[in-house]
Ligand binder design. Structure first.
Ligand code: 5GP
Length: 191
């Protein structure tokens, strides 16, 4: 470690709220590095192994979990997702902004462990709008959309929790308009 400390930014929120689009915009900034998660879920059309995710078998994921390779991990709708540990340490040591896009249970683990950072929750304007966005996106079947909407209801409630006397999230942004939401996150990062 060089003694230089970068900044961890956690972007979280329900599937369909727009957090991947927000992260895609933030990745354009040269000082931002992005965590590539591991997952056991099936690869969607257009996704590239090693770029969008590290797609792992369940056995491989469990083995890495046993080796303590993940900074945090969670089960989401029957699949496992985890943040590999070393890229964050390396990026922060170089003084970079390190972006992780994770769901709420993983965020809670980071807070519980006292991991310092800016924790941002991207919320949809409404559940009806969230469902509409998931339908328009077309990457999930109807049953999967129902499951994701049900998880979203729980996540929106959980986002209001506190962990150890601190709010789980520092900021909640309602993503009505994507460019405005991106500008709001940029203003938090580079005031
Ligand atoms: P999706 O299947 O839509 O790519 O992701 C499902 C959910 O898992 C999303 O809320 C996404 O942000 C979250 N997710 C992706 N990677 C990770 C990770 O490494 N850890 C945790 N806890 N959640 C993740």
């Amino acid at each position: 470690m060089t003694g230089v400390r970068g900044k961890l930014v956690v972007i979280s929120g329900p599937s369909g709220a727009g957090k991947t689009s927000v992260c895609r915009a933030l990745k354009q900034h040269p000082e931002v590095e992005f965590s590539v998660s591991a997952t056991t879920r099936e690869r969607r059309r257009g996704e590239v192994d090693g770029i969008d995710y590290h797609f792992l078998s369940r056995d491989d994921f469990q083995r890495r979990l046993g080796e303590n390779q993940f900074l945090e991990w969670a089960s989401y709708n029957g699949n496992l997702y985890g943040t590999p540990r070393w890229p964050m340490d390396a990026a922060l040591g170089r003084g970079r902004v390190f972006l992780v896009e994770i769901e709420v249970k993983g965020t809670r683990q980071l807070r519980e462990r006292g991991v310092e950072g800016l924790y941002v929750f991207i919320a949809p304007p409404s559940i009806a709008e969230l469902r509409r966005r998931l339908e328009v996106r077309g990457s999930n079947e109807a049953a999967e959309i129902d499951a994701r909407v049900a998880i979203a209801v729980d996540e929106i409630a959980a986002a209001k929790e506190s962990v150890g006397g601190r709010p789980l999230y520092d900021v909640t942004l309602v993503n009505e308009d994507l460019p405005a939401t991106i500008r709001a996150v940029e203003a938090l990062l580079w005031p």
